[in-house]
Design a binder for this molecule. Structure first.
Ligand code: FAD
Length: 288
């Protein structure tokens, strides 16, 4: 039987592992975490106060019994030799590999962003940080809650807008006078003009202040101001800046299969990694 190695038991890896026919493939999933996280749950924790437990499950419980699971961190993938190194010193071999280790969020790429995360939490990184953001927002009585995007390429394009609508509803329910501000690097309120045309009147109805052409450059946590590359500045009481994302940080051989942001370069119709016929990448770790 062909050995299939799936790196990552997130949305992409777990679904694929369960779909591959067990008569044809011996499937092994590797994940560094015990739990699978349902990332959209961040929104319901941060803006409704749902519990963290509701949005995570042991990865084992989501995989069919015939799928093997190894809990370890991938430290190197060698596509030429068909070998994967794990932190626990183990090394794995395969006939086919599927890389599905998601995107990494770089909170150190923008000055002040890590301090912002540590002070207020956020709704993109972890369920625990989403819980922290909910506690922060529940303390607000007035002022400005700013949601900004640092880079035009980020997961779930409508995520910041969902955050803006949901926080506006939260403040309304709390009966407090907090303005919600959305700052985006695009010419419209959404990357696509068609959706912008639908969403802009809704944002206006909710009195959500929208700043377009606002690409976050730096954050001054003392002055509580966010500066854009375009020269604008925004004052905040509480803010969250969705940081630049990147692909896998572990070493991949040959290095040219990664682009400048570490994303794996794939054929978007087959998900094959460029130059290979036995190596695929799916989901947020790819350039597609
Ligand atoms: C707030 C928010 C709202 C969203 N809403 C939606 C929505 O409504 N609809 C939608 O389609 N998508 C939504 N998304 C996006 C969606 O959650 C992601 O696109 C999806 O989870 C990507 O799946 P993935 O398998 O590529 O990566 P992930 O789900 O991120 O999984 C990656 C897995 O790889 C593991 N891993 C990473 N590095 C290593 C390593 N070195 N060694 C071992 N394991 C490793 C991780 O532990 C993780 O389990 C949302 C995201 C956010 C943040």
């Amino acid at each position: 039987m062909k050995k299939v190695l799936i790196l990552g038991g997130g949305g992409g890896g777990a679904i694929l592992a369960n779909l591959l026919p067990k008569e044809e493939f011996e499937v092994t999933v590797v994940d560094r975490d015990e739990y699978h996280v349902f990332q959209p749950g961040n929104l319901f924790i941060a803006f409704y106060g749902d519990s963290v437990e509701k949005y995570r499950r042991p990865i084992r419980s989501l995989l069919k019994p015939h799928v093997k699971l190894i809990r370890d961190e991938v430290t190197e993938v060698n596509l030429n030799d068909r070998k994967v190194k794990l932190k626990g010193d183990k090394s794995l071999e395969y006939d086919y590999i599927i890389i599905a280790t998601g995107a990494n969020l770089d909170f150190d790429a923008i000055e002040g962003n890590r301090e912002l995360l540590e002070s207020y939490g956020d709704f993109y990184s972890t369920l625990e940080n989403a819980e922290k953001l909910y506690k922060t927002l529940k303390e607000m009585r007035e002022g400005r809650f700013v949601i900004a995007i640092a880079d035009p390429i980020y997961k779930c394009p409508p995520g910041p807008h969902k955050g803006a609508f949901l926080s506006s509803t939260l403040f309304e329910r709390m009966g407090v006078d907090v303005d919600v501000v959305l700052a985006l690097p695009f010419p419209h309120a959404y990357p696509s003009k068609t959706i912008s045309d639908i969403i802009e009147p809704e944002l206006e109805k909710r009195n959500i202040e929208v700043h377009t052409f606002f690409t976050v450059d730096s954050i001054d946590v003392e002055k509580k101001r966010i500066y854009s590359l375009e020269g604008e500045e925004l004052e905040y009481t509480v803010a969250t800046v969705i940081p630049p994302h990147e692909g896998p940080r572990y070493k991949v051989e040959p290095p040219e299969v990664k682009d400048d942001s570490n994303y794996l370069k794939i054929d978007k119709y087959t998900c094959l990694i460029e130059g290979f016929d036995d190596a695929y990448a799916i989901g947020d770790c790819t350039n597609a």
